[in-house]
Design a protein around this ligand. Sequence first.
Ligand code: MTE
Length: 324
Amino acid sequence: MLIRSTPPFPIAPSEITPEAVHADRRQFLARLGLAGAGLALTGCGEAAPPAASAAPAAAELPALAVGQKRNFAGDETPSRYQDITEYNNYYEFGTDKSEPARNAGSLRTRPWTVMVDGECEAPGPLDLDALLKPHALEERIYRLRCVEAWSMVVPWVGFPLADLLKRFKPTSKAKFVQFFSLADEQQMPLIKRGVLPYPYREGLRIDEALHPLAFVAVGLYGRVLPNQNGAPIRVITPWKYGFKGAKSIVRIHFTERQPETTWNAIGASEYGFYGNVNPDVDHPRWSQASERRLGELRRRPTLMFNGYPEVAPLYAGMDLRRYY
Ligand code: MTE
């Protein structure tokens, strides 16, 4: 247990997730026999990654022209920029929370192409700037709850995912949409470790993807998204665990069948396809009833759908213990 009798304040980000959970997730990967997972387990024994270069500080990232600003996290204030950008899950750049900020400087976010394919009438490769051009940017402050039971509040900048997906004219067969992250050994030397099967893939039912809360993020705190947070473009579904939001997206695939998703493929009993935040359905190895918010000392109760009850109709009639 990490709470001390005289805790430092603010609590160090590295102490937010109980080490047992980190270790559990890594041991889980090692048990699966994924190449390199054993290496990931050694932690401090790892060699410094090649071609690593630190991501730029906030002031160095271009400011974005942001229109509407809305707080979807009630009266909660955003987490500190430093916490949001230095406590990351981005396994392509390392499995420790501090590694992505140190290593993701090698990611080149221009030129960037997103391939759109599958069940849609307007497929094709799209240059990122052409992809972004029609969309007015807005700020949305959302809670982010990781499956590891830590959370934060993030002022994302972007636009509704529905506005993007509708441009590709999904056909009536498009029941799901799958997102693929970049997997490039040149820019991401650590993916050779094979901690996860890459590219990182995630997916949503099409009605989830078209829900007004589903968001495409290209920035945070009014500036371009830092690489470690998924630049240049990522998906945010605030009522789901963070793993549902693929970073650095290079392909959008519309499909009739439920697509394979990374964490679900390696451990379906631990990471459901839906990944909805649900305090009543524990992870097999830890409770999901409460969470540790970055910057706070005490755990707080986890809210159903992460406090976004407006998504409940998407799951009407579904047994959420079975479809977790
Ligand atoms: N996307 C890719 N490509 N690789 C990853 O390792 N981690 C996921 C998700 N998207 C991940 C990813 C997980 S587990 C979480 S909690 C969030 O990104 C973390 O986002 P953040 O680092 O911006 O907080």
